[in-house]
Design a protein around this ligand. Structure first.
Ligand code: NAP
Ligand code: ZN
Length: 346
């Protein structure tokens, strides 16, 4: 067991402040690594503020984590000391159920989330806004040489969450729309373009138009402009929605062609109304939750090969509270990444 410095929350309304947490000594299959960077995902905010139900405090969030291996357990084969590694939203699972065996560990009923979840050691897990973390090797990924550790961090949640459904549905030449050009959306646009799709961004405003085109979109639409949805009716094969707030999904569904697929990954706290008749004639509405372990390693390789990189703003730990407001206000361009060197005693 070792004590490490971290930044976390003591209640749903507290600022993000210095805390100390315990990390277990690596068991036979565990990897202990020094954290270099951690991205700020909107899910961190939903959780820290108890928007999805009461969180367990004190709570350290963060599930876009990269760093360098410090110590490995006696049976670890996947990585060695000194390797560049990353961890996303999961740190453990049973390894035996049908979901685990099919590479969909994210649906394992005994799965352990990176933070706020009961670990197999009987302790509540604490996330990546910290100096080090101990993780079961199956959920530790090798970062390809071509990707820097700071760029790799957001890929471990935002990257896999968009890659998984796009890989499931997109073929070259398809018309694909990404709704919401935030942390997830700006990576989703790059991935869809790299898969050979004709990509459109559907944003609330025009303010990110030049960026959307730079990320690989051919078209850009702003929903606050009159007439946008009548122009989009029946257009798309696939729509990926990444919005963090409730929105009018019926308009998006009507933007699909007759057999199109809309995949939602956004997880707003409040319910929303959908007119089910928009799903007829034969449209599909699907959810998607991150991706499996093997798929996450594939995604990193895909991003390395196709030049998919997040656009990041590096911050220090004492800027996290202000950064949250900026994410909620849709002002971040496009992912905050915390420099873990700035997490230390005050
Ligand atoms: P983000 O960086 O804040 O991006 C969300 C985007 O939503 C914004 O950039 C904005 O894009 C759009 N938006 C729509 N209505 C908005 C409003 N009223 N206020 C502010 N923005 C609004 O968040 P993120 O990290 O990409 O996460 C997006 C959502 O996905 C969150 O709900 C998060 O919890 C969820 N998530 C799900 C998974 C999963 O596995 N399913 C994984 C990670 C995250 P425009 O300005 O372009 O409209
Ligand atoms: Zn996330």
């Amino acid at each position: 067991m070792s004590t490490v410095h971290a930044y976390g929350f003591v209640s749903s309304t507290s600022p993000c402040r210095p805390l100390e947490i315990e990390r277990r000594a690596p068991g036979p299959y565990d990897v202990l690594f020094n954290i270099a960077y951690c991205g700020i995902c909107h899910s961190d905010i939903h959780t820290a503020r108890s928007e999805w139900g009461p969180a367990r405090y004190p709570l350290v969030v963060g599930h876009e984590i990269t760093g360098i291996v410090r110590e490995i357990g006696s049976k670890v084969t996947k990585v060695k000391v000194g390797d560049r590694v990353g961890v996303g939203c999961m740190v453990d699972s049973c390894g035996q159920c049908d979901y685990c065996r099919q590479g969909m560990e994210q649906f394992c009923s005994k799965g352990v989330w990176t933070y706020g979840s009961m670990g197999y050691d009987g302790k509540v897990t604490q996330g990546g806004y910290s100096q080090a973390i101990t993780v079961q090797e199956h959920f530790v990924f090798q970062i390809p040489e071509a990707i820097s550790l700071e760029d790799a961090a957001p890929l471990l949640c935002a990257g896999i969450t968009t890659y998984s459904p796009l890989k499931r549905w997109v073929s070259p030449g398809m018309k694909v729309a990404v709704v919401g050009l935030g942390g997830l959306g700006h990576i989703g646009v790059q991935i869809a373009a790299a898969m050979g799709a004709e990509v459109s961004v559907i944003s609330h405003t025009r303010s990110k138009e030049a960026d959307g085109i730079a990320f690989g979109a051919q078209h850009y639409y702003a929903t606050t402009e009159e007439g946008t949805f009548s122009k989009l009716a029946g257009q798309f094969d696939v729509i990926l929605t990444t919005v963090s707030s409730t929105d009018d999904y019926t308009d998006y569904i009507n933007s699909l062609n007759k057999t199109g697929v809309i995949v939602n990954v956004g997880m707003p706290a409040a319910p929303l109304e959908i007119y089910m008749r928009a799903l007829t004639p034969r449209r599909t509405l699907q959810g998607s939750l991150i991706g499996g372990a093997a798929e996450t390693q594939d995604m990193l390789q895909f991003c390395a090969e196709h030049g998919v990189r997040p656009r990041i703003e590096m911050i220090s730990a004492d800027q996290i509270t202000a950064a949250y407001d900026s994410v909620i206000g849709s002002k971040v361009r496009y992912r905050y990444v915390i420099d873990a060197q700035t997490i230390h005693d005050r």
